[in-house]
Design a protein around this ligand. Structure first.
Ligand code: F6P
Length: 343
């Protein structure tokens, strides 16, 4: 059995734990593993690396991916499907393990429908993939964002300022909500809930009246306000290689609006790539390891076109088609937990 392993989409803490586990479990079954460099692009470039116990030694604590990644989509290229099929059969891959987020799972599904033996492993700091309770990377990102909130408190209190932290997550508010709850944020703004700036200001003023001259706001990059003058201030207006809107910058708009409407001094911090870099948390290393091991077992059992997932702390597999098409957005119940503190 010859297995190709690829990582696709944004890098994410825990990817190396998955790769390591796949190689180790494959050795156990006597399967051959080939690392495909830079996502699906590696198949087109025929950029491969033979994996063995040595190539995955000492990587569990490393962020990013030793294989490299890209947002290359074979099916968007001219003759992409034929090229993909040709190159995969030339390399005699029996199966491909595709580790990626929502965009990458779409490609995995198309590849499966084209006749390729695919097993999907979900990854993203955004935690927005359907059918799995958590994705690895999320816990690390939440830890970093929570620490950022703790640090912003210092300046907020000393300068009597409103500090806004903008976190990633695309159109899901998981990172914002978890870090907001953990960091004791006074307001959390997420894409799932349409927020009026006036309601945010109401909280800031009520805190001010209680003698709290500072506040911490956490906002998800994909949040949109229920405001007429938002215009195009919702993202960078650029597209990524998957053709998706590149997000970032909404916190600057909010800071300007708060200052303009209240006179409170307000500063925005965009956390950016810091939250998906560096060492993975223990939780993400364990989840990545479990998913890696399970994905090889799926191959042994011929469970193709399926994605490994975590449900109620057990490893399960679901059709990739079920994981795509619908984002896993935040539970209303969890938002209500955070809301108790928006006063
Ligand atoms: O999906 C992961 C993620 O980090 C999002 O939270 C963010 O919007 C996006 O990737 C940024 O990706 P890029 O690497 O294209 O800037």
């Amino acid at each position: 059995m010859k297995i190709g392993i690829l990582t696709s989409g944004g890098d994410c803490p825990g990817l190396n734990a998955v790769i390591r586990a796949i190689v180790r479990k494959s050795e156990h079954f006597g399967f051959e593993t080939i690392g495909i460099k830079n996502g699906w692009k590696g198949i087109f470039d025929e950029s491969y690396i033979r994996m063995d116990l040595n190539s995955v030694a000492g990587i569990i604590n490393k962020g990013g991916t030793i294989l490299g990644t890209s947002r290359f989509s074979p099916f968007e290229k001219r003759n992409g499907k034929d090229t993909l099929l040709h190159k995969i059969s030339r390399e005699r891959f029996d199966a491909i393990i595709a580790i990626g987020g929502e965009g990458s799972m779409h490609i995995a599904q198309l590849a499966f429908e084209s006749g390729i033996n695919i097993v999907g492993v979900p990854k993203t700091i955004d935690n927005d993939i359907n059918g799995t309770d958590y994705t690895f990377g999320f816990d690390t990102a939440v830890g970093i964002a929570t620490e950022a909130i703790d640090r912003l408190h210092t300046t907020a209190e000393s300068h009597h300022r409103i500090m806004i932290l903008e976190v990633m997550g695309r159109y899901a508010g998981w990172i914002a909500l978890y870090s907001g709850i953990a960091g004791g944020a006074d307001v959390v703004i997420i894409p799932e809930i349409k927020t009026k700036i006036s309601s945010v200001i109401k909280v800031l003023k009520s805190r001010y009246k209680r003698g709290k001259l500072f506040s911490i706001i956490v906002i998800a990059e994909g949040a949109k306000f229920d405001e007429k003058n938002m215009g195009k201030k919702k993202g960078t207006e650029k597209l990524d290689d998957f053709g998706r809107e590149r997000l970032g910058g909404i916190s600057n708009y909010l800071a300007d609006e708060i200052e303009r409407r209240t006179g409170f001094e307000c500063r925005a911090t965009i956390l950016g790539y810091v939250q998906r870099g560096g060492v993975p948390s223990a939780f993400d290393r364990v989840l990545g390891t479990r998913l890696g091991i399970y994905s090889v077992e799926m191959i042994k059992e011929g469970k193709f076109g399926r994605m490994a997932a975590l449900q109620s702390n057990s490893m399960v597999d679901i059709p990739i088609s079920e994981a795509i098409g619908k984002l896993k957005t935040v539970d209303k119940d969890l938002y209500e937990v955070a809301q108790v503190f928006f006063k």
